[in-house]
Ligand binder design. Structure first.
Ligand SMILES: *Cc1c(COP(=O)(O)O)cnc(C)c1O
Length: 443
């Protein structure tokens, strides 16, 4: 294998930029390691000192078609010469076409109405406001370990790291957190014939309802199909069918936050499609426009059509550069990359499962498609989280030419571009296993 790292990072050019960054940029940005980007192509990136890395992070699951895919670049360039902005006070066809496309692929049988925004948190805010508006109810149910964004509404649900909440209370009142069904670390006893998904829904129905929380005051349940920042946790088979049934019986809306798992990442358009359950509202962002900021909220028409003009809006929603990038991204994913995500994801999963047999510290490998988490533990029997080891492995991967990120307490996540080829998956996994071998005895 050719050497990827010529100058141990951060190299001299990177160091100068890090110093300037520290003077003028908000210290709130959490950087795990000092990667200073110069350019990217496909599933590889280069830093300013000429080092080359395999990218298993994809800008947090955003660059779904790879970095600067030539067709995306051409689409943005061509649109930039026509017009870059007009605002959602006016009409343009690209907005309509994007909404039509989202309607075609949305995981609901009923037609949807689409609200366009610029980020994940804004798509969640739109969903929360619509849920209150459409139901006339005020309260919500969310999940421990969830991540839905950092604006005051979405932040009231976010529960994946203390730092995200510290000193910001009060956020939006009326959010009840319940445990997310984690098959690896179940917090409730599992009922006979059931799974931890049944136990969680039973908890809501028997412990929260009706004494603590009247179900007819609950507007919606907000949930990720696979918990992302919380540790790439895949719920067991009964969870979503039971949750859907509970929502139906109480007139509660089911909002799926597909910001990280959606748009082909798991080998299907939407994460929820692994459970054959239909949501009422979905929140979309991250992978939809290959890195151009775009969020979207799609609601069943009978719900979304309740909004009156002016009830919600924004300046940039439906930005034409973002729309063309999204339309081209969806075309490429449909044509080729969703299948590739399923194929490469299965290959990666199997390779990691084999690696688990060689490394005692791998407690669990989980995920769907190219959304794979590797949980590191101190001891397989006690499942004690190995956070220091995880952090050390993430760093060592970086030093050896692989970008990854952590999530949860002691999980690494692999979420490369959906176009990644097998050779790069293999090369990235080799760097990972070397890093693991070097650090597992040390940390
Ligand atoms: C990243 C993320 C968000 C927030 O998206 P931003 O674009 O950072 O606001 C919301 N929900 C999930 C599941 C996410 O992974």
């Amino acid at each position: 294998m050719f050497p990827r790292i010529l100058t141990p990072p951060p190299g001299p050019k990177a160091k100068l930029i890090l110093e300037r960054d520290a003077r003028v940029l908000s210290p709130s940005y959490a950087r795990d390691y000092p990667f200073v980007m110069a350019r990217g192509q496909g599933a590889e990136v280069w830093d300013v000192d000429g080092n080359r890395y395999i990218d298993f992070a994809a800008g947090i699951a955003v660059t779904s078609t790879g970095h600067s895919h030539p067709e995306i670049v051409r689409a943005i360039q061509a649109q930039a010469e026509k017009f870059i902005h007009i605002s959602s006070d006016f009409y343009h066809e690209l907005m309509v076409r994007l909404a039509e496309r989202i309607d075609e692929i949305a995981p609901m049988q009923e037609d949807v109405t689409v609200f366009l925004a610029n980020s994940g948190t804004e798509s969640v805010e739109a969903a929360l406001k619509l849920a209150r508006y459409a139901t006339g109810r005020r309260q919500f149910i969310g999940f421990l370990g969830a991540f839905h964004g950092r604006s005051m509404g979405s932040l009231s649900f976010t529960a994946s790291k203390a730092r995200q909440q510290e000193r910001f209370f009060p956020t939006m009142p009326g959010v009840w957190h319940v445990p997310f069904p984690d098959p690896y670390r179940p917090v409730f006893p599992i009922p006979p014939g059931g799974d931890i998904g049944d136990a969680v829904v039973n908890y809501i129905e028997e412990m929260l309802f009706p004494e603590a929380l009247p179900p007819d005051e609950v507007a919606a349940v907000l949930v990720e199909p696979i918990q992302g920042e919380g540790g790439y946790i895949v719920p067991p088979p009964h969870f979503f069918p039971r949750l859907r049934d509970m929502c139906d019986r109480h007139g509660i809306l089911l909002i799926l936050d597909e910001v990280q798992a959606g748009v082909g990442r798991t080998g299907k358009w939407w994460g929820i499609q692994h459970w054959n359950v239909e949501p009422d509202i979905i929140c979309i962002a991250k992978g939809i426009a290959s890195g151009v900021p775009l969020g979207a909220m799609a609601a069943r028409r009978s719900i979304g059509a309740k909004w009156k003009p002016g009830a919600h809006g924004n300046t940039y929603g439906g930005n034409p550069l973002a729309c063309v990038a999204a339309l081209k991204t969806l075309e490429l994913i449909e044509r080729e990359y969703m299948q590739n995500a399923a194929t490469q994801g299965a290959f990666m999963f199997d390779a990691l499962a084999e690696m688990q047999a060689r490394h005692e510290c791998i407690g669990e490998v989980r995920g769907r498609g190219l959304m794979i988490g590797i949980e590191l533990v101190k001891d397989r029997a006690t499942k004690t989280a190995a956070k220091e080891l995880r952090d050390a492995v993430v760093h060592r991967c970086f030093e050896n030419g692989l970008l990854t990120l952590g999530c949860g307490r002691s999980t690494l996540r692999f979420m490369p571009a959906l176009m990644i080829e097998k050779e790069l998956v293999e090369a990235g996994l080799a760097i990972f296993e070397n890093a693991l071998s070097e650090e597992e005895g040390r940390v």
